[in-house]
Write a protein that binds this ligand. Sequence first.
Ligand code: T4K
Length: 373
Amino acid sequence: MSSDTDKKITVTSPLLPDLDEFTALLREIWGSKWITNNGSFHGRLEKELCEYLKVPYISLFTNGTLPLITSLQALRITGEVITTPYSFVATTHSLWWNGIKPVFVDIDPVTGNIDPDRIEAAITPRTTAIMPVHVYGQPCDTERIQRIADTYGLKVIYDAAHAFGVEVNGKSLLNAGDVSTLSFHATKVYNTIEGGALVMHDEEMKRRIDYLKNFGFKNEVEVMAPGINSKMDEVRAAYGLLNLRQVDKAIAARKRTAGIYRVALQDVEGVRCIQDSPGVRHNYSYFPIFIDAEKYGMNRDELYIKMKESNVLGRRYFYPLISEFTTYRGLPSAKPSNLPNAHKLANSVICLPMYHNLTDRDMDRVVECIIKK
Ligand code: T4K
């Protein structure tokens, strides 16, 4: 006989639209026979996302990696870009695909975001931009980063893959910097199965990006630049419209889970939970905890394995650090001595299961694994 502890609790589970509602939209698409290339659902989703996210312009993409790659092209970024090693590899791969050298800067030990205090020392005559990541949806210090960028004439491209719907004092975090990118992957707070977007501030940039994501075509006969194909199709756009209607409810459920985890773990020595910041509307996209092995009496990997044995599948986002992967390891800025805080977080983090329909029993099982040593 199987017990409920046989059920695997995964780190996340996708927010899915109602199948009947989705089927009705699929019928519309079938009827129109317009299935991609800037169709009506694509247009509607861009409009509704601008309203929901409180941003002036958005361009939809097939995933969250291509807006990074494309924005670097659009902003003509070359040479060196200052970035964080504490992220998903896509951040730095986007630089590599553009022939740009990533320069890693250490992170803030609490938020996990790039430490603005360390940016200036990493600037060289070849530096053209800064690419910070709002890791776990925690806002970077955008004001300080902008001041540094303005002083040195640098562009700022935010990898906001985790920051869907995050607001600071009622304003969208996505309006910071020159552009921000989003991921709508199945594992994100808001998903279109695969998908992503670029948020920009002016119409000219929107036009340029829309050309670039469609091979550079301006019209039937003119190609403005060597673009790429990264257009979102109508099926995903329709799915995205339906998910947008339920994302607030999903974020509210995630917030409740974060509250339950925090209360349950507050007295566990050696376990630090991610906290909310004043004035921020968080999206609870991830729920990382950080293990101090000495105080907790067990190291992160031991806990990770123990959780796995109990079918609680947390994930070590972001371990290993990007700077530890073969592609990047040889860079001077990738030396561990340059990135002590990043190494410390990467070696202590476990992201706990966090999604909209996690049950109270699931949460109890997660917490029990951590409390009972
Ligand atoms: N920048 C940052 C900062 C990012 O975090 C990411 C992506 C990007 C850029 C690039 O965006 P995209 O090009 O991916 O849109 C996942 C995601 O694939 C990736 O999107 C995400 N970051 C990264 C942090 O995590 P995996 O390999 O860990 O996911 P996977 O397949 O192991 O799934 C994790 C769990 O989610 C599964 O155990 C169960 C659940 N799951 C997953 C999928 C795919 C489902 O229940 N259903 C599903 O369909 O990379």
